[in-house]
Design a protein around this ligand. Structure first.
Ligand SMILES: NC(=O)c1ccc[n+]([C@@H]2O[C@H](COP(=O)([O-])OP(=O)(O)OC[C@H]3O[C@@H](n4cnc5c(N)ncnc54)[C@H](OP(=O)(O)O)[C@@H]3O)[C@@H](O)[C@H]2O)c1
Length: 290
């Protein structure tokens, strides 16, 4: 059996590969990367390195040839680019007759009001239409998305949000990666859609958890969308990113990331990393003493 992971030089993909290598022989693992040089260390461990770019659908079918289980990791970019590249990858998987296809999607992708929801809706639809047995891994929110916010709070700023009582299931990339690796190396996941959402929390809960970790009260400022935009600009968030960030808080306020599911724990075979531990790890990465 040969398993291939795309985006293996990226943050999530590299963690999926590490988790896979803990249980699957390296000769059964392949990666598709745009820069094989960056994957040389994996090659030295026996992982097959294939050069692949979703911009090149013709060669991509060769990259996916002979693969029994494929994980397509979603890419970054504007919605049009993301959708086009994902559909290229899905079409290549079909052309290459891969035996099984998993995809890193988004919480409630079928109904999500997040601006990136349409990307994942279109990709999920294309995957279903291939007829290839599939698993949709609907990731909730990376705690790493909050790095700038946590950095700003650690430097003494308040937590500013317009998300109100909206709930989010934060988890570290490492948890999403372990769930994906367990699906790829496991069985019985064909034609399943998993909501990878653990215990949920509001931004007030996030502030309370940060208060415990930092040992001081983190003030919360509930703002409207305009005031949030102004606050983000003051934190140094680039001008062009502000509408996206404000849109995310607005969608969270409307429940876009509020999901109750046991899928994540089931796939992890343990609990999702507790929020306080997630924050401790993030702060350690930022070299901020708690
Ligand atoms: N749920 C959430 O909270 C959340 C948050 C952030 C991101 N995401 C999604 O999760 C994905 C993985 O996250 P991440 O943190 O690992 O991001 P990342 O480190 O930026 O990884 C993205 C991967 O996509 C690959 N990629 C980009 N363009 C490509 C192309 N044309 N052909 C093939 N591969 C291409 C990159 O390849 P190279 O290594 O060659 O650059 C990279 O490995 C993101 O791309 C995004 O869609 C979800």
């Amino acid at each position: 059996m040969k398993i291939l992971v795309t985006g293996a030089n990226g943050h999530l993909g590299s963690k999926v590969v590490e988790h896979l290598l803990a249980t699957v022989p390296a000769k059964n693992v392949a990666v598709s990367v745009r820069d094989p040089g960056k994957a040389a260390a994996l090659g030295a461990r026996g992982v097959e390195i294939r050069k692949g770019d979703f911009e090149d659908p013709v060669s991509l079918a060769n990259v996916f040839a002979g693969i029994d289980r494929l994980l397509i990791i979603s890419v970054m970019g504007d919605n049009e680019t993301r959708t086009r590249l994902h559909l290229n990858a899905v079409a290549a998987a079909k052309k290459a007759k891969v035996g099984y296809l998993a995809y890193t999607s988004l919480a409630k992708a079928d109904s999500s009001t997040l601006w990136l929801g349409e990307v994942h809706r279109a990709t999920e639809k294309a995957i279903r239409e291939t007829g290839i047995p599939y698993t949709l891994l609907r990731n909730n929110w990376y705690i790493e998305n909050e790095l700038d916010l946590i950095q700003s709070i650690a430097s003494g700023g308040p937590l500013v949000t317009s998300a109100g009582n909206g709930r989010v299931s934060w988890a570290p990339r490492a948890d999403y990666a372990l769930a994906a690796a367990n699906v790829l190396s496991g069985s019985g996941h064909e034609n399943k859609t998993y909501e990878l959402s653990g215990p949920s929390a509001t931004y007030m809960d996030l502030a309370a958890a940060l208060s415990k970790v930092l040992g001081r009260e983190v003030p919360v400022r509930q703002a409207d969308d305009n005031a949030l935009g102004t606050a983000l600009a003051g934190m140094g968030v680039p001008h062009e990113m502000i509408p996206f960030a404000v849109g995310i808080h607005a969608a969270i306020r409307q429940g876009a990331l509020d999901v109750k599911s046991k899928d994540f724990e089931t796939l992890l075979r343990r609990s999702v990393t507790p929020l306080k531990s997630q924050l401790e790890s993030v702060l350690k990465g930022l070299s901020v003493s708690a």
